[in-house]
Design a protein around this ligand. Structure first.
Ligand code: G6P
Length: 606
C-alpha cells in the first residue's frame, strides 16, 4: 500500500504533487506529506488523513516528492507521516513497503551514533543512505549498499539537498512507474495517476536504482551495471478521475458496468465461439490440467469462488479455491498438471504475488485474471485474460468484480465445450451473457427504490445475506461490501447452513437479504426464508420472480429484477443489486463511501 508521487523539472509545482497524491489516495489515506527542494532548502508539509488536507501552497521547486500512508508500523499521526529525514537533514525520503529487518538496521545505526524520532521501519532508510555516503560512497553506491543491507519490499524515492535537480529511486517489490512529459519527469505508484501531460511511461523492475533528472533517467542494477528503460505510449483515458454526474466513484463505477461489460465481451464471442486472445498458447495445456486452484483476496476472492464453481460444473475440471493469504502458507498437493488462476484488479496484491511464487516453485502454471496490464501479477503469469474494466478508483471493488466473474465464466464455457458441456447449454449461455449489460441496467434503473429500502433499514446492526450454490458467493460478496463501506456488521451464508448455527441469532432486529433464483431449487431457498420469517426476521428479497409470482408474506421489501435462466449470469445481476444496497446503506449512514476507514484499495503488504 501507500502511494508515491514525485516530479523533477525546471519548475515543479507543489500543488501538482498534491493533486498526484489525491489521485493515489485509494492506496492509503491515513496521512500524507510532501517535500519540495527550493532555492531556500527543502520545504516539508505533512497532514493526518487524506492528502486533500495538505495546505494549498503556491510553492515551486526543482524536485518534489509526496506520499500517502496506509499505516503499518506506527499510528496514523502527522508525526509518523512521510517524508522521513536523515540525521543530517539532507535526505527527505518516502517509502512504500516494509523493511523487515528494520530493528536490526536501527541497532546498527544507533551503534554508529544515529538517533531516531519515530518507531517506523522507514526511518532507517534515509539514515542508512547517509551512513554509506559518510563512508565515501557516491549517491548511487550508497543506494546500492542500502538496498542490499535491508530486507523486505520497497519502492522509495528521495531528495538529497546537495543534488537539488534530481530524484533518486530504489525499487524492490513495490510498484513504481516513471512517466515522461515534454518538460518534466514523474514517478508514480500506478500508471493511471500521472498528469495528462505524461506521454510515455515505464514500469520499473525489481532491484533497480534510478537517478532521474528532467532530461535523463539513469538506471542500474544492484551491482552497478547500467541498463536502459523501455518507455511505452500512455493510452489511458483522461476521464478516470472525472466524477461527471455521480456523487462518488463507487456510484460511477457501478453505473459504468453496462459499458465495461460490453467492452469485456467485445470480439470475444464470434460465430458461436469464445475467443480469449491471451490464452491461445496455453488453452490446450489448461484443458488437460488435473486441478485448477483459484485464488485472490477480498472481493477478487469472492469472484474466484464463482469462477471455481463454474469451472468445475461447466468446465469439468477439478477445482479448489482459497484466499491468497492462506494458500500461500498451505501445503497443497501441486504438480506441473496444476493451474493456478489468480484474480486481482490491481495486479499488485502482495498475498497473490506470494502465492504465485509458492505455486510456481511446486511446478504449477499460472493464468491471471487481470485488469492492469504491466502490473506485477500480469508480468508473473504464463497467460491471462484482461478483464477490461478500466481504472477503479473507489476502494470497494464493483465493476472489476463483475468483469472478473464474466472473464472466468467465458473461460469455463470455453473449456466446457471441450470437456462435455452440452452445445445447447453453451449456446444458451452465449446468448444470455450478451444480455448481461441490459440486465445490469435494469437493476440500475431501480436505484431510487433500493435507496429508499436502505433508508428504512439503515439503523440495522446486523445483516444476514443468504443464497444457495453460486448465490452463496454473491451473498458473501454483498456482505463484504455492506460491512466494508457502511460498517454494518454483515455475514454472507449459504441458505442451507442457516439452520446449523446462524438461525440462533435471528429475531425481529435482524435484517436478512435473501437471494432467490427462480431457476435454481427455489423451494429450498423459500424454506430458508420461511425459517427466518418464523423467527420474526426482516427480509429484503432479491429475486428474478416478478411481484405477482411471489407470495408477499415472505418478504418485507422486494427487489425483483429481470435475468435469463443461466444461474451464473443471474448471480452477476444479483451482485449489482448488492453493490447498490451497500452503497446506499453507506450513504445513509454518512460514511466516506470511496475511502472506508482502515482500508486501502491496493494491498501491497502481507
Ligand atoms: C483490497 C480492496 C478490495 C480488493 C482486494 C483485492 O482489500 O479493498 O476491494 O478486492 O484488495 O485487490 P486486488 O487488486 O488484488 O483485486
Amino acid at each position: 500500500m501507500c502511494g508515491i508521487f514525485g516530479s523533477v523539472a525546471d519548475k515543479v509545482e507543489y500543488n501538482t504533487i498534491k493533486q498526484g497524491l489525491k489521485n493515489l489516495a485509494y492506496r492509503g489515506y491515513d496521512s500524507a506529506g510532501i517535500a519540495v527542494a527550493t532555492n531556500g532548502g527543502v520545504v516539508i508539509e505533512r497532514t493526518e488523513g487524506h492528502p486533500k488536507f495538505l495546505p494549498d501552497l503556491g510553492l515551486t521547486g526543482t524536485v518534489a516528492i509526496g506520499h500517502n500512508r496506509w499505516a503499518t508500523h506506527s499510528p496514523p499521526t502527522k508525526e509518523n507521516s512521510h517524508p522521513y529525514t536523515s540525521n543530517d537533514n539532507k535526505i527527505s525520503l518516502v517509502h512504500n513497503g516494509i523493511i523487515e529487518n528494520y530493528a536490526e538496521v536501527r541497532r546498527f545505526l544507533e551503534e554508529k551514533g544515529f538517533t531516531f524520532y519515530s518507531q517506523t521501519d522507514t526511518e532507517v532508510l534515509p539514515n542508512l543512505i547517509q551512513f554509506y555516503l559518510s563512508q565515501g560512497d557516491n549517491l548511487q553506491a550508497a543506494m546500492r549498499h542500502t538496498a542490499k543491507h535491508v530486507e523486505g519490499a520497497f519502492g522509495v524515492i528521495f531528495i538529497h539537498a546537495d543534488h537539488p535537480n534530481q530524484m533518486n529511486l530504489m525499487k524492490l517489490g513495490s510498484p513504481m512507474y516513471v512517466g515522461r512529459a515534454d518538460e518534466a519527469v514523474y514517478v508514480c505508484s500506478d500508471a493511471y495517476s500521472f498528469p495528462e501531460e505524461v506521454k510515455t511511461f515505464s514500469s520499473i523492475d525489481d532491484s533497480k536504482i534510478l537517478i532521474i533528472r528532467k532530461d535523463s533517467v539513469d538506471v542500474q542494477d544492484l551491482n552497478g551495471t547500467k541498463l536502459t528503460l523501455i518507455f511505452e505510449e500512455k493510452n489511458i483515458s483522461a476521464d478516470t478521475y472525472c466524477l461527471g454526474k455521480h456523487e462518488h466513484y463507487m456510484q460511477k463505477e457501478i453505473h459504468e458496468q453496462f459499458d465495461y461489460v460490453v467492452s469485456a465481451l467485445a470480439g470475444r464471442i464470434r460465430d458461436a465461439e469464445i475467443k480469449l486472445g491471451g490464452l491461445e498458447d496455453c488453452v490446450e495445456s489448461f484443458a488437460e490440467s488435473k486441478q485448477v486452484i483459484f485464488t485472490g483476496c477480498g472481493s477478487a476472492h469472492n469472484a474466484a469462488l464463482v469462477g471455481a464453481l463454474a469451472m468445475e460444473e461447466v468446465g469439468r475440471l477439478m477445482c479448489r479455491q482459497m484466499p491468497a493469504g492462506e494458500l500461500k502458507y498451505t501445503d497443497l498437493l501441486v504438480d506441473d498438471k496444476t493451474w493456478l488462476i489468480t484474480v486481482s484488479q490491481s495486479g499488485e496484491t502482495a498475498d497473490v504475488i506470494g502465492c504465485i511464487k509458492n505455486m510456481r516453485n511446486k511446478g504449477a502454471k499460472v493464468l491471471g485474471v487481470v485488469n492492469t496490464p504491466n502490473s506485477t501479477i500480469y508480468q508473473m503469469t504464463d497467460c491471462g485474460i484482461h478483464i477490461r474494466a478500466g481504472k477503479e478508483v473507489s476502494v470497494a471493488s464493483t465493476k472489476a468484480v463483475t468483469n472478473q466473474m464474466l472473464a472466468m465464466l467465458l473461460l469455463a464455457y470455453k473449456i466446457g465445450l471441450e470437456n462435455g458441456c452440452s452445445y445447447r447449454d453453451y449456446k444458451a449461455f452465449l446468448s444470455e451473457v450478451q444480455k448481461l449489460p441490459y440486465f445490469i441496467n435494469k437493476v440500475i434503473a431501480q436505484e431510487q427504490k433500493i435507496r429508499d429500502i436502505c433508508e428504512h433499514y439503515k439503523d440495522s446492526k446486523t445483516a444476514f445475506v443468504i443464497g444457495r450454490n453460486v448465490l452463496e458467493f454473491i451473498a458473501k460478496e454483498t456482505a463484504l461490501k455492506v460491512k466494508e463501506i457502511s460498517y454494518i456488521h454483515a455475514e454472507g451464508y449459504s441458505g442451507s447452513e442457516l439452520k446449523h448455527g446462524p438461525l440462533a441469532l435471528i429475531d425481529d432486529k435482524i435484517m436478512n437479504i435473501c437471494l432467490l433464483d427462480k431457476n435454481f431449487y427455489p423451494e429450498k431457498t423459500m424454506s430458508n426464508i420461511e425459517e427466518i420469517r418464523a423467527r420474526g426476521g426482516k427480509v429484503i428479497l432479491i429475486t428474478n420472480y416478478t411481484k405477482q409470482e411471489v407470495d408477499n408474506k415472505i418478504y418485507d421489501r422486494l427487489i425483483s429484477t429481470e435475468t435469463g435462466e443461466n444461474k451464473f449470469v443471474t448471480a452477476m445481476v444479483f451482485n449489482v443489486v448488492g453493490q447498490l444496497l451497500s452503497y446506499h446503506f453507506a450513504l445513509h449512514n454518512g460514511r466516506d463511501v470511496d475511502l472506508p476507514r482502515n482500508l486501502a484499495k491496493s494491498v501491497t503488504v502481507e
